[in-house]
Design a protein around this ligand. Sequence first.
Ligand code: XBP
Length: 264
Amino acid sequence: MALAALIWDVDGTLVDNEELHRQAFNAAFTAAGLDWHWDQASYRELLAVTGGRERITHFVQTRDPDRAARPGFPAFVRDLHIDKTRRYGERLDAGVSLRPGVARLIGEARDAGLPQAIATTTSRVNVERLLEGTLGREALGWFSVIASGETVTAKKPAPDLYRVALDGLGLPGASCLAIEDTSVGLRSARAAGVPTLITVSRYSSGEDFTSALAVVDRLGEPDLPSQVLHGSLHGQAYIDLSLLRIWHKENKLNKEIGNIVNAI
Ligand code: XBP
């Protein structure tokens, strides 16, 4: 089964930006008169809960269950998260850079006519702002589907966001390749049957990536090579579309499906 599309995660994968999210959460807490503060160590643990509203809710349920049980609590979290999103947007607008190799690989896929999609737990407005600020407004049109947090009720690690992306692409999971940075994202993609490359990010080092096709520190560039943590670079210095096609073809699951299709 040939590679038919790429599905990109956003936060941590396109941009190593979880620090901006963390700072925006903390700024929103302070502005609301709350004495909550998420340091880097606690944020690493909180990232297991995807989605900002869900993350705040989980934090309060753990720390102050009585408060979380009050009738007005969901509306309070909603408003707090709206303020966090505004503050995160300001930080994006101050200027962020794509991780090395992201723009190049998106360009290679476009040149090859390979469809691309996005599967992210963050909201559509954040995706648009990030793409516009890094690749330009026209980049929104380069993705056949943008599956963002508000399109599903079960966020990652549930497979739902990847299923939305696959439905929009009209493709089976095994024909695509996901690019993710966390074990939560990997579990989501794999649960939807999508082979996955991991580009480890600031907050995801040391996570379990056993089911990934390959694990690298970055996609890399000719003058900024990738370090492979799991898998083989097949002699290449960085990740390009030809290497993704090789990894996808090598994938045991895809080979088996290919054999079944050929036998029918
Ligand atoms: C990114 C996330 C998000 C952000 C917060 O997910 O983990 O939860 O930390 O996002 P992905 P919101 O890696 O799938 O892009 O506050 O916007 O919900």
